[in-house]
Design a protein around this ligand. Sequence first.
Ligand SMILES: Nc1ncnc2c1ncn2[C@@H]1O[C@H](COP(=O)(O)OP(=O)(O)OP(=O)(O)O)[C@@H](O)[C@H]1O
Ligand SMILES: [Mg+2]
Length: 277
Amino acid sequence: MHLIETRDLSFTYPGGIKALNRINFIAPRNKRIAIIGPNGAGKSTLFKHFNGILKPTTGEVLIKGEPVTKENLKEVRKLIGLVFQNADDQIFSPTVEQDVAFGPINLGLDERTVAHRVNEALRLLGIEELRSRVPHHLSGGEKKRVAIAGILAMEPEVLVLDEPNAGLDPRSMRDLAEFIRSLTREYGMTVIFSTHDLSLVSELAEYVYLMHRGEFIGEGTVEELFEREDLLTSVRLDMPALPKLFGSLRRHGIDVPMAYTFDDAVRALLKAFGRDR
Ligand SMILES: Nc1ncnc2c1ncn2[C@@H]1O[C@H](COP(=O)(O)OP(=O)(O)OP(=O)(O)O)[C@@H](O)[C@H]1O
Ligand SMILES: [Mg+2]
C-alpha cells in the first residue's frame, strides 16, 4: 500500500480552469520525489489534494489506501505535512516560537512534548536565533524556514514542500538539500517537493514527475528523465549545467561517464584522467 496514491485525479477550479487532468501519482515510502513543471503546470493544485485542502472533481486520492473523508481528515493532516509555496499563507502567530508550536498544540500534545518538538524543529532548520522574532518581519528565506519548521514539528510521515528553494540564497539552498536528504536518511520520512530548479532535482530526487498543463508528460529516475532533454526544454525547463556538459562531451565521442551531480562529475573526470585510484 502506498502512502499517497492518486488515480485519474482531475480537478477544475470554480470558474472553469481545468488544473489537473487524470493524474496518476504514487509516493513510495522513504523516497524523495520531485514534481517539476513550468508556472501554471498544476503542481500546487496537486499538492493541495494530498492533505485534503482540495477535493478531486473526478478520480481519487488515497492516503495509505483510504480516500480522504471528513472523518479521517485530521489523521491525514497529521500524516501529511504540506508547506505552502508562499510562507505568508502559513505564518500568523506573534512570534516564531509560537508559530512553530501552533501545529503540535493543535495535535493535543502536552506542554513538554510541544516545547521539545519546537526546539528540535528550530534546531534542524538552523533558526534558533529567530525564536522570539515577529514572523511578519522576517526575510523571505527566513519565513520559509519558519514555515517548514512549523510543519516538521508535527512530525508528519510525509513532508510535502511546494517550491522550498524559491528565494533562497545559494548557501541556504545547499543547507536545504542536506536537510531534505537527512529527513529521508535519518528520520525515515518521505519527501515530495516541487521546483523549477533541475539542479536541485539532480542532487536530490529519487523519482521525478514532469508536469505540464495539468498532466504528467514524463516520469522516471533523474537519469531516465534527463535523457529526454528535448522534452524538458519543450516545457521551458533548463537542464542543469553538469548533465548538459557531460552529455555534450559524450555526444562528441569523449569517453566519460554521465554525471548528474557534482560528486558524479568529479568521479567522472578523475576516471577520464586515469586518476581514479
Ligand atoms: N484559486 C484558483 N482559482 C482558479 N484558478 C486557479 C487557482 N489557483 C490556480 N489556478 C490555475 O490552475 C492552474 C495551475 O496552477 P498551480 O498553482 O497549481 O500551478 P503551479 O504548477 O503550482 O505553478 P507555479 O510554478 O507558478 O507555482 C493555473 O492555470 C492557475 O492559473
Ligand atoms: Mg505552485
